[in-house]
Ligand binder design. Structure first.
Ligand code: ACO
Length: 148
């Protein structure tokens, strides 16, 4: 990890910091402390295999404040011999901490965690972030589509 920063799983005390960091990504909307705590409980108890958590939400901290956040979600499939696929989701570095290699450190951490269990790790992103993810070792594959 970059000197002065540390990384760990999201905890309930990270309520404000995680919501603020996610504002760099999108609209978080109204999330009460009770809803946040219930979501953290869900993340901490959902298993994808008997000894493997499904959700791996992380924060990077500086001086006990959240500087960045991101998630690895593990999906259990039938194909590839009931293989596991890792999904990187909701990556956000607070504006004042951007450009300090924190995004790359977070992606490196989540990718290593994912590849320890999964046959691949994938993500969706805007075109404007492609170069960032290429620097993190990812390459373009397929086309994202959506139906809202
Ligand atoms: N375009 C081109 N290069 C970039 C970009 C970009 N948008 N962002 C970072 N880089 C480069 C940096 O210049 C650096 O290059 P270098 O190592 O040659 O100097 C390298 O990528 C690593 O950059 P970091 O400093 O680690 O990037 P940062 O900490 O600022 O994080 C991030 C990048 C996550 C995109 C951040 O700017 C951010 O949070 N943006 C707003 C939210 C967002 O778009 N999140 C990603 C959503 S996609 C998802 O969640 C799966």
């Amino acid at each position: 990890m970059i000197p002065g920063y540390s990384i760990r799983r999201v905890e309930k005390q990270d309520y404000k910091g995680v919501c603020e960091a996610l504002n760099a990504l999108t609209t978080v909307g109204e999330v009460s402390k009770a809803q946040f705590d219930a979501t953290v409980d869900h993340w901490n108890h959902s298993l994808v295999l008997p000894n493997l958590l499904q959700y791996h939400p992380y924060v990077i901290l500086k001086d006990n404040q959240v500087a960045a956040t991101g998630m690895l979600l593990i999906e259990r499939k039938l194909i590839h011999g009931c293989g596991l696929v890792g999904h990187i989701e909701d990556i956000a570095v607070s504006p004042r901490h951007q450009g300090k290699q924190l995004g790359r450190a977070l992606i490196d951490h989540l990718t290593s965690l994912g590849l320890a269990h999964c046959y691949k790790v994938i993500l969706d992103c805007d075109e404007s972030n492609v170069k960032f993810y290429e620097k993190c070792g990812y390459s373009k594959a397929g086309v994202e589509m959506q139906h809202r």
